[in-house]
Design a protein around this ligand. Structure first.
Ligand SMILES: [Zn+2]
Length: 422
């Protein structure tokens, strides 16, 4: 592995770019390179999540060593703590967290609106038998209320009241200074009715227009800062006509100064079984010369489906989140290192892995660290899981470029069983 580690220097002021490399025959999938003022991202790429400007338990240098090309942080969390003005004063997100490479922020909408329903995760929810716009998770108080102008919510930290609008989200994200930002959108769930999805999509598009106008204004006002790209977010849940319409509308949308979106995020409620189909609808409609990001995906089988159907980049908190709960990814599936059978297993987590953890530590030692509640357990397992995920997407990219994607996919999926008991 070669780390693309550079000194933290002044970034140049090149604008955002996307160059397509190899196309997957007969499909939307492709390789490419996203250019940002802080460096390039070879795609398809997995972007690890450092919610509060840190990938929990792991140094940024280590993230570079395991092949992370970019990191994504969360606008909602950084707005509440430490405040986007402080990140701005520090010189932007990358400088603040000592990560010289490309950075991404989400709009904060997902976190804010997740507070509204109390659901942490909208992907792969089973919608069968439940449809209502009033559903909230059991035992949860509604902490966010959406209206046509924005969202009012209470901080999960201290209960204080806040309001996000498209303009507020753009202001926060410009101050955070990430290379790629997302427009503020309304998150719906699979539980929402068709009528609500239509209304919500309309609202998301009105917000997208306000985001692009405010983005133009802030780009001009902050011309001393490196260019920040803005991605629109495609909503529309599981409805083909809504997804396609969302893509066409957002592709055509321009700010008053003529600016279009630099790329697109495919977001919102996605049933796992329809993931490829939905990404495919979006890729049919979106301009091929702009990158497509799929929000919140990291299960190995999902990468293949999504990439074939045209997704270029991914982010997900899962590889690090499950690592802290002793869940480890292997080529055959995910297993838990907390169980007693690993007490005397003096082999690495994964013989085929090239990460620092697998080169130096045994299952018995990592099992011990979890039992003893030592912090190093989280560090070592996060390194492995992030490396596993980054490497899988890198291997898919190499397969497309090398013309052996189908063979690689068949081999990987033949061995993959989801959750495994070793
Ligand atoms: Zn490893």
């Amino acid at each position: 592995m070669e780390a693309a580690w550079q000194d933290v220097g002044m970034p140049d002021h090149e604008r955002f770019s996307f160059t397509i490399g190899t196309r997957l025959p007969g499909k939307h999938g492709r390789t490419g390179v996203i250019g940002t003022p802080h460096g390039d991202i070879a795609t398809p790429a997995f972007v690890p999540v450092g919610t509060k400007a840190t990938v929990k338990a792991v140094l940024p240098e280590t993230m570079a060593e395991i092949g992370a090309q970019a990191l994504l942080a969360n606008a909602y969390h950084l707005y509440l703590q430490p405040g986007s003005d402080i990140v701005d004063e520090a010189g932007g997100l990358g400088r603040f967290m000592n990560w010289p490479g490309p950075t991404v922020t989400d709009s904060g909408g997902f976190q804010v609106m997740s507070l509204g329903v109390g659901f942490k995760k909208v992907l792969a929810m089973e919608a069968v038998g439940m449809q209502s716009d009033e559903v909230i998770a059991k035992g949860k108080e509604r902490l966010a209320v959406v209206d046509d102008d924005g969202v009012t919510f209470r901080s999960h930290l201290d209960g204080s009241k806040h309001r996000f609008t498209p303009e507020v989200s753009m202001g926060i994200q410009h101050r955070l200074g990430a290379d790629i930002m997302f427009a503020f959108d309304e998150l719906t769930t699979l539980f929402n009715t068709r009528g609500y999805q239509e209304k919500s999509l309309q609202r998301t598009h009105e917000w997208a227009q306000r985001c692009i106008d405010e983005h133009e204004r802030l780009t001009a006002a902050r011309s001393h800062r490196p260019y920040q790209a803005l991605f629109a977010v495609i909503q529309g849940a599981q409805y083909e006509d809504l997804r396609r319409k969302a893509c066409r509308d957002l592709d055509a949308m321009r700010g008053s100064g003529g600016t279009g979106f630099d790329g697109y995020g495919i977001g919102g409620a996605l049933e796992k079984a329809k993931l490829g189909t939905i990404v495919g609808w979006c890729s049919d409609e979106l301009p091929p010369e702009k990158p497509r990001h799929l929000l919140g995906i990291s299960e190995p089988e999902d990468f293949f489906v999504a990439i074939e159907n045209g997704a270029d980049t991914f982010d997900c908190v899962n590889p690090s989140r499950v690592a802290r709960n002793a869940a480890i990814y292997l080529r055959q599936g995910r297993f838990n290192i907390n169980t007693a059978r690993f007490r005397r297993d003096f082999t690495p987590i994964d013989e085929s892995c090239d990460c620092y953890t697998c080169a130096h530590y045994t299952r018995a030692y990592i099992h011990h660290l979890f039992k003893a509640k030592e912090m190093l357990a989280a560090t070592l397992c996060t390194i492995h899981n992030e490396r596993f995920t980054i490497r899988l997407v890198d291997d898919i990219r190499a397969g497309i470029d090398g013309g052996y994607y189908d063979e690689f996919k068949a081999e990987f999926l033949a061995g993959w069983q989801g959750r495994v008991r070793l």
